[in-house]
Design a protein. Structure first.
Length: 254
């Protein structure tokens, strides 16, 4: 179906609504599979698909054709958000694991202050008072917590999903233009400061959309090591984005 067909009638036309939902179901499964690759094995793919379908239904019900955004893109936003919300609600990451993640973040901050640069794994391990082997094992365990995208790392407390969704795709909206341009600059800066291996992992995983296994094959390392590097990169990015947001808050957020 072409994009211009009366999507404004979706909420009122049952036949059209069902047709649109069927058309978008492959996108639900694609997004669910991408997120499923990052979470522990006990999380069932079908549970993520179910959450994604609920997000799709919400997108179809709330879609406004008068906004300058395609339904497919708006639906993807809602589908991904619904799946991530379902994972947060389950909260399968233990409190102990989350505390350990925060300890690593604090260790990264302390090492950066001390050395004036991004610390190595050995330096982070020393700061934590553990061996390098224990740190790497912990990074592998923490992969389960890193279910957020780079865009979500760069989000700000003052921005809700509703605000972002309402402005998504509005190319002429000053809010959207300012938000996108400044956040892209901040994220690019944070990623550019990462060690080379971690930048490569993020590039292959997020932008080339390879699996962890495929990333390992390209880089000549094991899948478990890719998982460690990915988790470490996400922790570094979270720390750096907090720093950058404190000093470079976009004007649209103030």
């Amino acid at each position: 179906m072409s994009q211009h067909v009366g999507y404004g009638l979706i909420a009122f036309d049952k036949t059209l609504r069902e047709q649109v939902i069927i058309e978008q179901l492959p996108q639900v499964r694609y997004i669910a599979r991408r997120i499923h690759a990052r979470v522990p094995p006990q999380v069932l793919l079908e549970d993520l698909v179910h959450a994604g379908i609920l997000g799709l239904l919400e997108a179809v019900n709330r879609y406004d054709p008068n906004k300058n955004v395609q339904l497919r893109h708006y639906a993807a936003f809602r589908i991904r958000g619904a799946i991530l919300d379902s994972l947060r609600a389950v909260d399968w990451g233990t409190r102990g694991l989350r505390r350990k993640a925060r300890r690593i973040e604090h260790a990264i901050v302390d090492c950066k202050v001390r050395f004036g640069r991004e610390p190595t794994e050995s330096e982070i391990a020393t700061e934590l008072g553990v061996t390098l082997e224990i740190l790497q094992h912990l990074l592998g365990d923490l992969r389960a917590l890193e279910i957020v995208s780079l865009q979500m790392i760069g989000s700000h407390e003052g921005l809700s999903d509703d605000v972002l969704a309402d402005h998504a795709g509005e190319d002429n909206d000053p809010f959207c233009q300012t938000l996108q341009s400044e956040m892209i600059v901040l994220i690019a800066k944070a990623v550019g400061e990462l060690p080379q291996q971690e930048r490569q992992v993020l590039a292959l995983y997020h932008y080339k959309e390879l699996t962890m296994k495929d990333v390992g094959a390209v880089m000549g390392i094991g899948e478990s090591r890719v998982s460690q590097l990915y988790t470490k990169a996400m922790l570094r990015l979270r720390v750096r984005m907090h720093e950058l947001l404190r000093t470079s808050v976009p004007t649209c957020l103030s």
